[in-house]
Design a binder for this molecule. Structure first.
Ligand code: ZN
Length: 505
């Protein structure tokens, strides 16, 4: 490599390293704010986070960065770079170009608009007052429409937003995938509702000691290979995972006295996100590639551990005895089979975050279709409640009695996160597809789970997914692992098989 390339590359790496240091500091400030920082410091802390975020954003769009990217992207130079450097440059260029296209004052305005909107949304949800949120939501939508023009319209206008969370995902692909999924899941849900053999889960809603809930959560995390030398478990209002660096990936959960499974499943879920971040290869540290490759692939890992492993019969074959011994009073009369069925109750409920494995996807399809209408068909914000309710009736057979339990339930739109929802369902589909391959390559898959031997599964996922971080795109990963593109039939097959047995369809 010529001298000059060496020099620029080294300066580029230093700048990128500086940016990732800011992100680590910001991540820690954010984690602290949500896990017990003194209340009186919260406002000041939010200001500090805002200030430092602006600084790091400035670095990523600085002239300095622009200069490095221009130079390193020249084809004669780019070809000399290692795979990691090439992908780092590409990643930084994507971010740089995207930000360059929007005037800074618009970005500033949008940032304060969405910060303010969170509070307005919270209040509107609390008061069941869509009209109170409507003007602000309309403004956020309008600004996103402007951004699409700045960024450039891909196949359709909504494609431009989707690509932010799931690179290369398109409306054309998702339409086909979701239509297929819908055509299989809606009839399955109807059959389940008509089943006369429904599981009883009332015993899960007794009083369960919080310390013991924590004990089982910690135990299961250790079993799945979460490294407590490289992370910790805390409590927060809403569970989350945050990867500061691969040696410090923290998770949280929330314990409810009268709900045994909520904290257990959220620990497995966040634990899945954390395994991904903890096992990213060390040579990606300090580059923009030291994180999950997309929201969808990240979610595939949380949902794999929460649902495919954590809600399986073999898993509880092994771990139920331990759970029962912690809660003898509540569970002494409950058999493994009763417990397994209770942990897999399907309900066509109104609230996405409380939804089961099956209906969850229908909640997402509703949101995907509505967002697509907003950006591709100019659906007016004022019409959202009515469209929302009619889609719930159509896919889930229920109509929200009010907007608080309907169109106002999610935080995402107040933050301007249009295009994000699809990731959740993509996660379910990727997880089922990856599991199909895993079962072929690891024929002992179920025996291992039944024996409480989860580490070989974690190792397989580390080898196929985790270690690559963002150095492979979602489609590269899924092709390399499974030999085919995203295919919704694996999820539909898995759910059909599982619920046919549980509900004796
Ligand atoms: Zn998640």
């Amino acid at each position: 490599m010529e001298q000059n390339v060496e020099q620029v590359l080294s300066s580029f790496r230093q700048l990128v390293r500086k940016i990732s240091s800011y992100h680590e500091a910001l991540g820690l400030l954010g984690w602290d704010l949500r896990t017990g920082a003194p209340r009186k410091g919260a406002e000041m802390r939010a200001d500090t986070i805002g200030m430092l975020s602006t600084e790091v954003f400035k670095l990523s769009i600085s002239e300095e960065m622009g200069g490095y990217i221009d130079f390193l992207s020249r084809s004669d130079v780019f070809d000399q770079l290692s795979d990691i450097d090439q992908r780092s440059v590409t990643e930084c260029r994507k971010e740089y170009e995207r930000s360059q296209k929007v005037p800074p004052e618009k970005i500033q305005k949008y940032s304060s608009l969405t910060t303010h909107a969170q509070t307005v949304w919270e209040e509107a949800k609390h008061n069941n007052d869509f009209k109170g949120f409507e003007p602000m939501l309309a403004e956020i939508v309008e600004m996103n429409r402007e951004f699409i023009d700045y960024w450039g319209v891909k196949d359709t206008r909504y494609d431009t937003l989707l690509d932010m969370y799931e690179p290369d995902m398109t409306v054309a692909k998702l339409d086909a995938v979701f239509d297929r999924l819908k055509s299989r899941l809606v009839p399955l849900l109807q059959k389940i509702q008509e089943s006369s053999d429904k599981p009883d889960n009332s015993f899960l809603k007794q009083e369960y000691d919080l310390k013991k809930q924590e004990e089982i959560g910690l135990f299961l995390l250790e079993q799945m290979g979460y490294d407590f030398q490289a992370g910790r478990l805390d409590e927060s209002e809403h569970p989350f995972a945050t990867g500061l660096n691969p040696g410090d990936v923290r998770i949280t959960t929330h314990y409810y006295p009268e709900d045994l499974m909520s904290a257990i499943f959220s620990s497995l879920h966040e634990g899945g996100h954390a395994l991904y971040e903890q096992n990213i290869s060390a040579d990606l540290v300090g580059t923009p590639l030291a994180t999950g490759t997309s929201m969808g692939i990240h979610e595939s890992q949380s949902r794999f551990w929460e649902n495919i492993v954590g809600r399986s019969r073999v898993f509880w074959d092994h771990y139920y005895d331990k759970l029962q011994s912690l809660f003898p009073k509540q569970l002494s009369g409950v058999t493994k089979e009763q417990f397994y069925r209770a942990a897999n109750v399907v309900e066509n409920s109104l609230i996405r975050i409380e939804a089961d494995e099956l209906t969850y996807n229908l909640h997402i399809i509703v949101r995907y279709e509505i967002e697509k209408m907003i950006f591709n068909e100019n659906l007016a914000v004022a019409d959202l409640p009515q469209v929302w309710n009619s889609k719930y009736e159509q896919y889930l057979g229920i109509t929200p009695p009010n907007d608080a339990q309907g169109v106002l339930q999610d935080v995402h739109w107040s933050g301007g996160d249009f295009g994000y929802f699809a990731s959740y369902s993509l996660g379910n589909m990727y997880a089922a597809q990856i599991t199909q391959t895993m079962r072929k390559e690891l024929p002992q898959f179920e025996d291992w789970i039944a024996a409480g031997n989860l580490l070989p599964i974690k190792d397989w996922l580390s080898d196929k997914i985790y270690r690559y971080g963002k150095s492979r795109t979602p489609s590269e990963l899924i092709m390399a692992i499974t030999g085919e593109e995203l295919n919704p039939d694996y999820l539909a097959d898995y759910l059909e098989q599982k619920y046919t047995e549980i509900y004796k369809l």
